[in-house]
Design a protein around this ligand. Structure first.
Ligand SMILES: *Cc1c(COP(=O)(O)O)cnc(C)c1O
Length: 351
């Protein structure tokens, strides 16, 4: 596919960024011990410990569904339950993997438009039943940023963590786009994780510029007991682990993890402001990360598709545009121009 055809349907349409790829190629030199017992993997785990200023336990898996599911399974017994937003990836896009890997821990989905959970919603769900017939609430999972690009502020996470502590719940964060939240808030990664009360983070690499791979980070090391066995049993232990871990060295040591995310966020804002004055075209959610969701008349979206643009409409309603590390400004502007022309045509037709 040529450069000109760049699409914004998903941030995983992008290839791997140069920093991640260079580290992978460097890791290809010679032989290394298998199954994570190699220097690249140790270095990547240390890079996370530096980034978070915390002696955390770090595991590398292939994808986000596995990261989330195995992390939740590690926190739950089969009779436990997990409180999540109704829009959460674990609920809507993981094919039941969290329930599968936990041997049946039930997800308790709370309706939410923004994708955020509030302390009140958590309290209500967690205390709605206390009898033996209901699966015992054990974990809260929040997505940072949410599936529709909303970023939890530091105080919002602290408030959620406080309720969790009070009610004896663990706090898990699906950070498939964690870097984008850090770029938006301009905070230390620790400020929205362990310092705010998060127990386990799934840190997304794929949507941050890697070819493949996510990291599962246990800030409370005790919770990571036997997690290596869990990964192996689930088919998530890479034998040539260096190829999953080295790209993290490339991303973290160079600062590309944050630059990539900031670029994606900036492109979403660029498109949002370029189409802000178009009649009938409105952002559905505030643009805080690398996503723009637009509501527009069906005919406008159809015309956009006819001009070759790809986008999803099954998440969040409207048309979703996602911007990765490689999003080109000219291509963002071309999309805005097409939208503008289509809207102008629609107005002329109506007159
Ligand atoms: C992309 C994504 C994931 C991971 O998805 P995989 O396809 O399993 O890698 C997890 N959570 C959220 C919110 C995502 O957007």
């Amino acid at each position: 596919m040529t450069d000109r055809a760049q699409q914004f349907a998903s941030d995983n349409y992008a290839g791997a960024c140069p920093e991640a790829l260079a580290a992978m190629i460097a890791a290809n030199e010679g032989s290394a011990s298998a199954y994570g017992d190699d220097d690249w993997t140790a270095r990547a785990a240390d890079a996370f410990r530096d980034l978070f200023e915390k002696d955390c336990e770090v595991f590398f898996v292939f994808n986000g569904t596995a990261a989330n599911s195995l992390a939740l399974a590690a926190l739950c017994q089969s009779y436990h339950s997990v409180i999540c937003a109704g829009t959460a990836h674990v609920e809507t896009d993981e094919c039941g993997a969290p329930e599968f890997f936990s041997n049946g821990s039930k997800l308790l989905a709370v309706p939410s438009d923004s994708g955020k959970l509030t302390p009140d919603q958590i309290r209500q769900m967690a205390t709605s039943r206390s009898d033996i017939h209901f699966p015992k609430p054990r974990v809260v999972t929040i997505t940072q940023p949410t599936e529709t690009g909303q970023v939890y502020a530091i105080d919002e996470i602290r408030a959620i963590a406080a309720v969790c502590r009070e009610l004896g719940l663990k706090l898990h964060m699906d950070g498939a786009r964690f870097a984008h939240a850090c770029a938006h808030l301009g905070c230390d990664p620790a400020d929205i994780t362990w310092r705010a009360g998060v127990d386990v983070l799934c840190f997304g690499g794929t949507k941050n510029g890697m070819a493949v791979g996510e990291a599962v980070i246990f800030f409370d090391r005790a919770l990571a007991e036997d997690f290596d066995y869990r990964c192996k049993q689930a088919g998530q232990l890479a034998s040539k682990m260096r190829f999953l871990s080295a790209p993290w060295v490339g991303l973290l040591e160079s600062g590309a993890w944050l630059r990539n995310a900031a670029h994606g966020n900036a492109c979403a804002r660029r498109l949002a402001s370029a189409v802000a004055d178009l009649p009938g075209v409105t952002p559905i959610f505030p643009v805080e990360a690398n996503a723009l969701f637009l509501s527009a008349p069906g005919a406008v979206l159809e015309a956009l598709r006819a001009r070759g643009w790809k986008f999803y409409t099954f998440i969040g309603g409207g048309a979703r545009f996602m911007f990765a590390w490689d999003a080109r400004a000219e291509r963002v502007d071309a999309l805005a121009r097409d939208l503008r022309e289509i809207c102008a045509g629609a107005v002329a037709e109506a007159a």
